[in-house]
Design a protein around this ligand. Structure first.
Ligand code: GLN
Ligand code: ZN
Length: 804
């Protein structure tokens, strides 16, 4: 089944790979792909909506790719192979899947018969894999390592075929060659591609994708040969899997796979020189076999990972690969300490390594440029470096390494001045916040028996008089209609004033409360119409945060978010240390409209950090504690306003989980502590809820229990409640709301379906602990399916109550 189509990219044996130039002195691993004005987003979305043609999309994509290459070159990455090519239109894992022809079984009808994509899918086919069609679900999407970027998960089984079809890369390399430029094509490596893939489910016995490595390697050989023929002198093979622990692959298996794959590729005659990258962490023991494999350059992430003296020694001596030092952080937006980094680079070189300067990861995780960010406080702005500024740093460091410190004296001074300014600027350290954090004692978080007390009392307060068994509720947001978004934009642009905007919000909240009463829900929400985003809204109301106007970062496909920048000590904005309440007016207003309890709605400390750029001058746990104390103040104010149920969302709890198992306990310790610091001040008769957006808990389930929330809502509809087995395994004895409506699609679940899900849930959860709610917030849904689905949810719950 694995006949690679070598004929298609028949190689030119006359040009030996050995004559390729040395690795460039400075490089980046990748550059933001959506475009400085999100041009790619517009081009893709208008094509998908049928408003433009394939030719239009091709023209926009080509223009963007070409201008990106030109732009990066102008920023100073001028040498051959210094600019990476691998500008994915949707996702780099999807592009690799297409390039190796690993079309999943359930999409095999999309395979094309001839042309450059023969045996794989063409661009339109790849969009079906990414987005699904009427007949099938798209590939699953999941987080790329511990970032907020989502990749598409390849599906590999025993019969998956592989064939070399790297047409997008060949095109990029060929186009650049016509312009007299040599790009460095980049592709996800074979070990990472398989380690991140999942079993396609076609075999009755479980299959591990990594077991298909032998079948995949010859296809990489063909791809490398084809790239060399097209003119590539270097190729970038990305192997971030080396920095992570996987549940289904042991360390030894990973080591064997690395030795085999890197050794195989290195031994090929007909190939460009190879750079293997290991971004996002520390490759640890896997670095040695990689360096010894015979590839010409190895990238090490020196921001997240390190190099011991023994590891540095691996890069010295005859035949050792170039050390591509990932010293400029690709994950965060702070300026590099050029002096410290240059010292580090010099010492690596004195130890005998051949050193090139690079970013720690691709720059897709940071915004394009600081250019145009005129609303940023100039002091804060002077501390930052986005993608373009990071290119300048890489180039500057390479120059300093080659020509000496004097050659970059001005840049060194500026970098030092920015660092000094950050240490002393008002707000970076707020003595009040510090003192308050220092006063916290373990007793402020460790109140385990409290939930028992709270539960008993909240039952009295929200007991049978008010709340029936299996209370029905929603997760917080109601549909954010065009009208809601327009009102927010109008207010931002000054087209309506604050009074008009607030009046609009009150009308919207009134509508949403009335709708919930009409539907017959038990615990109501205000619907979150005032929130653009569940993190940015909090950032805007806290001191210590800045927001950008154009700082978009790709989240998946054409989607991007605009993370806030957490630069200083955090407390609520306003007078005094405790600042002003900001969610209270809306919740209080909603509560004034109804006899039913209205839930207060907050975003938890871990999620606020996970979806922002965070400061690195103190441990993350300290920053989390400050955010927690600010939330604690908001909770106190909600209680004072008479709110008896408060939900603190932590959908990102699992996503910050460290890639290495050994680091996980320490992470969960501070993450759980922060949540409890935020919530443990609540009175015994206040019910604390939390919401987590996933249906697989794995290593965090104990942490979830330790949050000590009275009620936890989770995603469960798609797994048909299977997730509850996990939950029960830790003896979870708190209120639980497993989602009974999968809100990720517009499909309306029937009363029968919801009833049967609730009955399955009762096999795992005691009736007096079970809640009935959707999987997640309804922000992205329309009102039609929202009303119908919630009506069915209420009806199904009524039926189940009768059986109790
Ligand atoms: N309360 C939020 C909402 O309903 C929760 C969103 C989330 O879990 N991502 O929108
Ligand atoms: Zn959610």
């Amino acid at each position: 089944p694995n006949q690679p189509n070598t004929a298609q990219y028949a190689s030119d044996q006359s040009a030996p790979a050995k004559d390729a130039a040395a690795f460039p002195a400075a490089t980046i691993l990748g550059y933001p792909r959506l475009g400085p004005r999100r041009e790619l987003k517009s081009a893709l979305e208008s094509y998908w909506a049928g408003r433009s043609t394939a030719a239009d999309l091709d023209r926009s994509a080509t223009e963007l790719r070409d201008s990106t290459v030109a732009h990066i070159t102008e920023r100073g990455l001028e040498g051959d192979s210094a600019v990476p090519a691998g500008h994915a239109l949707y996702d780099q894992v999807l592009d690799t899947l297409v390039a190796v022809g690993a079309v999943p079984e359930r999409f095999s009808d999309l395979r094309v018969g001839q042309g450059p994509a023969a045996g794989s899918v063409d661009r339109d086919g790849s969009f079906v894999l990414a987005r699904g069609d009427a007949a099938r679900q798209p590939l699953e999407m999941t987080k790329w390592f511990d970032t907020n970027y989502h990749y598409l998960v390849p599906e590999i089984g025993p019969t998956t075929t592989f064939t070399a079809t790297p047409y997008e890369l060949i095109d990029a390399v060929t186009r650049a060659a016509a312009d007299g430029r040599t790009l460095r094509p980049s592709i996800v490596g074979p070990v990472t591609f398989l380690a991140l893939a999942k079993d396609d489910g076609t075999s009755p016995t479980p299959v591990r994708p990594l077991d298909r490595l032998e079948d995949l390697l010859p296809v990489y050989a063909d791809i490398l040969a084809a790239l060399r023929t097209a003119g590539a002198q270097w190729v970038q093979i990305e192997e971030p899997a080396l920095v992570a622990d996987f549940a289904h692959v042991t360390g030894n298996e990973l080591r064997d796979a690395v030795e085999r794959a890197a050794g195989y590729l290195a031994e090929l005659d007909d190939r460009p020189k190879i750079l293997v990258t290991t971004p996002y962490g520390d490759a640890g023991d896997l670095l040695a076999p990689l360096v010894a494999s015979g590839v010409e350059a190895v990238h090490v992430d020196l921001v997240r990972g390190g190099l011991s003296a023994e590891q540095v020694a691996l890069f010295t001596g005859e035949g050792a690969p170039t050390l591509v030092a990932g010293v400029v952080n690709g994950r965060n937006i702070w300026r590099t300490d050029l002096d410290a980094v240059l010292t580090r680079l010099e010492s690596l070189r004195s130890a005998g390594a051949t050193v090139s300067v690079a970013t720690s990861t691709s720059l897709i995780h940071v915004p394009h440029t600081l250019e145009g960010e005129d609303d940023l406080d100039p002091t804060v702005r002077s501390w930052l470096a986005f993608a373009d500024e990071k290119i300048t740093e890489v180039v500057t460091l390479a120059r300093g390494l080659a020509e000496g410190r004097e050659a970059i004296a001005t840049a060194l001074e500026e970098s030092a001045a920015a660092l000094t300014s950050r240490v002393t600027a008002p707000g970076v350290v707020d003595p009040g916040v510090r003192e308050r954090a220092a006063r916290q004692t373990p007793a402020d978080t460790r109140q385990t028996p409290a939930h028992v007390r709270r539960e008993a009392q909240s039952r009295r307060r929200f007991g049978s008089a008010q709340l029936p068994p299996l209370p029905t509720t929603t997760i917080g947001s109601f549909p954010q209609t065009g009208e809601v978004r327009k009102a927010r934009a109008d207010f931002r642009l000054g087209r309506i004033d604050r009074e008009q905007y607030e009046q609009f919000l009150r009308a919207e909240i009134t509508r949403v409360v009335e709708l919930q009463e009409d539907l017959g829900l038990d615990v109501l929400v205000h619907g979150e119409p005032e929130r653009n985003d569940m993190v940015q809204y909090f950032a805007e109301n806290f001191d210590g945060f800045a927001v950008t106007s154009n700082g978009w970062v790709q989240s998946y496909g054409s989607r991007a978010t605009r993370p806030s920048i957490l630069w200083g000590d955090v407390s609520r904005a306003g007078e005094g240390l405790e600042g002003d309440a900001f969610t209270v007016p809306w919740i209080e207003f909603a509560q004034s409209l109804t006899q039913h309890p209205v839930k207060g709605m907050l975003t938890g400390p871990v999620t606020i950090l996970a979806w922002s750029f965070v400061r690195e001058d103190q441990p993350l746990g300290h920053t989390a504690d400050q955010v927690a104390l600010a939330l604690r103040d908001e909770i106190a104010d909600l209680e004072a306003a008479g709110i008896g149920i408060i939900q603190v969302d932590e959908p990102a709890l699992r996503e910050l989980l460290p890639l290495r198992r050994v680091d996980r306990t320490a992470y969960l310790d501070w993450a759980v502590d922060a949540f409890r610091r935020a919530t443990a001040g609540a009175a015994d008769d206040t019910q604390i809820h939390t919401h987590l957006c996933y249906s697989e808990f794995g290593d965090v389930i104990e942490g979830v229990d330790a949050l000590d929330a009275d009620v936890t809502s989770i995603e469960a509809a798609r797994s048909r409640m299977e997730v509850l087995a996990d939950v029960r395994s830790v003896g979870f004895s708190r209120g639980l709301g497993p989602g009974v409506w999968d809100i990720h699609s517009p499909r309306v679940p029937s009363v029968d379906e919801i009833e049967s899900l609730l009955i399955s849930a009762l096999e795992y959860v005691d009736a007096d602990l079970l809640w009935a709610n959707p999987d997640c917030g309804l922000k992205t849904r329309g009102y039609r399916e929202t009303e119908e689905s919630l009506r069915n949810l209420v009806a199904a719950t009524a039926r189940v109550r009768e059986r109790l």
